[in-house]
Structures are given as structure tokens and as C-alpha cells.
Write a protein that binds this ligand. Structure first.
Ligand code: ZN
Length: 115
């Protein structure tokens, strides 16, 4: 991988990290506002609200996972291991990294748990 390509992906990962973290913060703010509203105004909507809450929590989990993946990828860049499959050591095609900058494995090993 060229240095310019690596820098490009690093920038992308950093942006993605910032955005995801911002989403998480916004989510939490909205959630507490909604809960306050719910206590005052919608005592009958409890079941619906509960479902929404569960779904929001799932999204939050997903985002936290995403943050972990991004951080792992950034760490791999620091370590100089980025761009190689962490299972078999094969060089990961740049096209794959461009589509999925958090990829730490080749397509063959995409299902392996790395993080
Ligand atoms: Zn592999």
C-alpha cells in the first residue's frame, strides 16, 4: 500500500470515529429528553416506548462496537500492521480497505473475530 493511500484511509477512519462518537453523544441526549417527556405526557405508550428504547440500546451497542473496530484499525496503522490480514498475513486489497477501512482481515478471514 502506498503511503498516500494509507494516509487517506487513516483520515477516513478518524472522521468515522469522530462521527460515530458524536452520534453516540447525540443519541444519549435525545434519549434522556424522550424519557422525561414520556414520564409527563405519555403514560399509555409504555410498551411502544420500551421497544424503542431497546432498539436504541441495540444501535448504541452497535456503534460502540464500531468505535472499537475503528480504534483497532487506527492502532494497526500505528503498529504498521494495517493492510495485512491479521489471520494469514496476506495483503488486503486496497479496494476492500477503501470500502471498509476497519477491515483487519482478507475476505477469506472476514468472519474471524479479531477485536
Ligand atoms: Zn486472511
Amino acid at each position: 500500500m502506498k503511503l498516500s493511500q494509507k494516509n487517506h484511509l487513516k483520515k477516513q477512519l478518524e472522521n468515522q470515529l469522530q462521527e460515530t462518537e458524536r452520534f453516540l453523544e447525540t443519541d444519549q441526549e435525545i434519549e434522556s429528553t424522550e424519557l422525561t417527556d414520556f414520564d409527563r405526557n405519555h403514560p399509555a405508550d409504555m410498551a411502544t416506548d420500551y421497544t424503542t428504547q431497546i432498539r436504541e440500546m441495540a444501535i448504541e451497542d452497535f456503534r460502540e462496537e464500531e468505535i472499537e473496530e475503528i480504534k483497532a484499525a487506527l492502532q494497526a496503522i500505528e503498529d504498521g500492521t494495517y493492510g495485512r490480514c491479521q489471520v494469514c498475513g496476506t495483503e488486503i486489497p486496497y479496494e476492500r480497505l477503501e470500502a471498509l477501512p476497519t477491515a483487519l482481515t482478507c475476505i477469506d478471514h472476514a468472519d474471524e473475530e479479531i477485536v
